[in-house]
Design a protein around this ligand. Structure first.
Ligand code: C2E
Ligand code: MG
Ligand code: MG
Ligand code: MG
Length: 284
């Protein structure tokens, strides 16, 4: 049908799909060497207390500095690394690097600072038998206390999780590592199910924050966020909001009782020094 309606457009769309598939294939095969050559780097985005805007910690966000394509965001290559299993060594590198960085920030602040580091885990990493051992090893070698690390797991990765999957997360939580439920509200998890999960933080997905954009904000969105926050707090979970882009959103979310926030309004992801100067700015 598309062909008879407009041959050119069809061929164009087709060629585009081909190009995407070729790039995907190229990126996939280039991944292992990229890790060996050190083409990955981490940007850090601050997490702030909504109350006073002080820095609570930072999330590590991986990027790939590709020799031909330039800097690629994680959405371009994490799914490929997931499919090929390269996510395991890549994820281990991110964890090690981010934890080392966090320890470095702490030692540079005279008070040892409560600065925390958040690292994303993908489902394959979650299923990997060495998750606990690797994490313990990374923490011990860096000297970072487990309580300063927060591992972010998406809600969808834990949907229908059985005890075998939850056991390593429970072990980590017992050691003091925080587990955050990332992109919360986008999955289909049963809220009552939250009680079963060893999580201590809910990261409310950016889509909720976007709902606060309008003036006045959508009253239904407000009610939903209000309900989630009150449920989370009654389960003793902290609530972080993602994607705060304006002061009005920050105000709204603060009024709704959210605890911490992350977004362009505060800072875009950036080089590690940026976090250091933000923390120092707080201290004076
Ligand atoms: P995420 O964990 O939900 O991270 C938040 C994403 O929102 C980041 O995108 C961040 O740059 C972006 N963001 C932050 N503030 C704002 C804002 O105010 N407005 C908007 N529009 N966006 C904002 P990024 O860096 O592209 O990362 C995308 C996803 O890739 C992450 O989502 C995470 O799921 C995944 N990812 C990143 N690093 C890693 C990693 O080391 N390992 C694994 N497994 N996944 C990672
Ligand atoms: Mg995250
Ligand atoms: Mg998130
Ligand atoms: Mg998100």
């Amino acid at each position: 049908r598309a062909k008879s309606a407009g041959g050119n457009r069809f061929e164009f769309a087709d060629a585009e799909a081909d190009a995407r598939a070729i790039t995907r294939h190229g990126l996939t095969t280039a991944l292992p060497a990229a890790l060996e050559r050190g083409e990955f780097f981490i940007e850090y985005q601050p997490l702030v207390h909504l109350g006073d805007g002080s820095v609570h910690g930072a999330e590590a966000l991986v990027r790939w500095c590709h020799p031909q394509h330039g800097v690629l965001g994680p959405d371009r290559f994490i799914p490929l690394a997931e499919n090929t299993g390269l996510i395991v060594p890549l994820g281990r590198w991110v964890l090690q690097e981010a934890v080392r960085q966090a320890r470095f920030w702490q030692t540079r602040h005279s008070d040892g600072g409560p600065l925390r580091i958040n690292v994303n885990l993908s489902p394959t990493q979650l299923h990997h038998p060495r998750l606990v051992a690797d994490t313990v090893d990374v923490l011990e070698r860096s000297g970072l206390e487990p309580g300063a690390l927060c591992l972010e797991v998406t809600e969808s990765a834990l949907i229908g999780a059985d005890d075998d999957l939850l056991k390593p997360l429970r072990q980590l939580a017992e050691m003091g590592v925080d587990i955050a439920l990332d992109d919360f509200g986008t999955g289909y998890s049963n809220l009552a199910n939250l009680r079963r999960l060893p999580v201590s933080v809910l990261k409310l997905d950016r889509s909720f924050t976007q709902g606060m954009q309008q003036h006045p904000a959508d009253p239904v969105d407000l009610k939903i966020v209000e309900g989630i926050v009150s449920l989370a707090h009654s389960l003793e979970l902290a609530v972080t909001v993602e994607g705060v882009e304006t002061g009005a959103q920050a105000q709204q979310l603060r009024d709704l009782g959210c605890d911490t926030a992350q977004g362009w309004y505060y800072a875009r992801p950036g080089a590690p020094d940026r976090i250091h100067s933000l923390v120092l700015a707080d201290a004076v």
